[in-house]
Design a protein around this ligand. Structure first.
Ligand code: NAP
Ligand code: GLV
Length: 309
């Protein structure tokens, strides 16, 4: 039975080709040319329109084209008895690790200050800090947060991370609960957010939590825009409490033309491109789950709808 593909406005052809290499018998129907909705067995989607999934009566599994699934759970009518699978893709993990390491190193090696000096033609060396004296915090130690942590640990950064359940990752102190959150925040000169967006994490980066960071800290948000209370971040940037932010994700995407982030010199904007889902690397995991489901095995990375990730 066919798979419905929805990821507007992306080109579906690389996906059809990559899935075809793993599952030559899989028929992919690209929205809106879906034929008879009764036929559809799997839906592979990014930000599907509300109601689309509910209109597929024989749907067996919903496969997210992203690691985050809030774009699917936001639809109040999604069929609750159909398993929802988030994406774990080695290419996505590599891309995110690259981006996080790049921005942590950027702040660690004081690039914003050197850029400002260059504008003023100032030739001045700034003291260099050894990574073991640079405290970096990671919120979220899942597929992406743990991979980024391991890469940062290889540089020797002084790392602490926060997750819901207890973890053991070489080279990183791991904490849980509200006390653990504040313990991570209070020590993080550079804070990376890699949490999923859920009821519990929406707005988690607000005046209280961002205010708990040390004076002059930097924020890297590569998770979701709604983790941040934008006015609180802007106030803390204005006050100099936060020295700079790298924002890959925003409450409204594309970021509206009149948003203050666009003109804020200490804010680096990335158009939600820290890490892409690449058909070349992601198709094998997706195909593996389709095979598992067809043979009656449990699929991997099934979302717990109560937890929201
Ligand atoms: P994941 O494997 O599900 O990991 C999520 C992590 O967050 C886990 O460690 C989890 O704790 C922790 N967590 C969740 N809720 C929590 C809470 N209430 N308190 C404390 N910790 C909590 O997800 P992932 O694959 O790493 O992806 C993370 C997010 O990155 C995605 O949801 C997506 O929003 C974002 N993302 C962004 C891009 C981009 O290009 N910007 C690309 C891909 C993904 P446990 O381990 O204890 O469950
Ligand atoms: C991208 O943002 C993803 O969730 O994979």
């Amino acid at each position: 039975m066919p798979l419905l593909f929805y990821s507007e406005p992306d080109d579906p052809v690389p996906w059809i080709e990559a899935l075809g290499e793993h599952l030559p018998d899989l028929e992919v129907r690209v929205w809106p040319e879906i034929g008879n909705p009764d036929d559809i067995e799997f839906a592979l989607v990014w930000q599907p329109p509300r109601g689309l999934l509910a209109a597929l009566p024989h749907l067996q599994a919903i496969l997210s084209l992203g690691a985050g699934v809030e774009h699917i759970l936001a639809d109040p009518n999604i069929p609750r008895n159909v398993p929802l699978v988030r994406l774990v893709d080695p290419g996505l993990t590599t891309g995110m690790t690259e981006f996080v390491v790049m921005r942590v190193l950027h702040y660690h090696r004081r690039m914003p200050e050197y850029e400002a000096q260059r504008r003023d033609r100032v030739w001045q060396l700034l003291p260099q800090t050894h990574p073991s004296d640079r405290r970096v915090g990671i919120l979220g130690l899942g597929e992406l947060g743990s991979a980024a942590s391991r890469a940062l640990a290889s540089f020797g950064f002084d790392l602490a991370g926060w997750s819901r359940s207890a973890k053991s990752i070489d080279g990183i102190a791991t904490l849980q609960g509200e006390d653990g959150l504040f313990a991570v925040l209070e020590r993080s000169e550079i804070l990376v957010c890699l949490l999923p967006l859920t009821r519990e994490t929406e707005g988690i980066l607000d005046a209280t939590t961002l205010g708990a960071l040390p004076q002059g800290a930097h924020l890297i948000n590569v998770a979701r825009g709604a983790h941040v209370v934008d006015n609180d971040l802007l106030s803390l940037l204005d006050a100099g409490h936060i020295s700079g932010a790298t924002l890959d994700v925003f409450r409204n995407e594309p970021l509206p033309d009149d948003h203050p982030y666009w003109t804020y010199p200490q804010v680096m904007i990335m158009p939600h491109g820290a890490a892409w889902t690449l058909p070349k690397t992601a198709a094998s995991t997706i195909a593996d789950n389709i095979r598992r489901h067809r043979s009656g095995e449990l699929m991997t990375h099934v979302v717990n709808p109560e937890q929201g990730y």
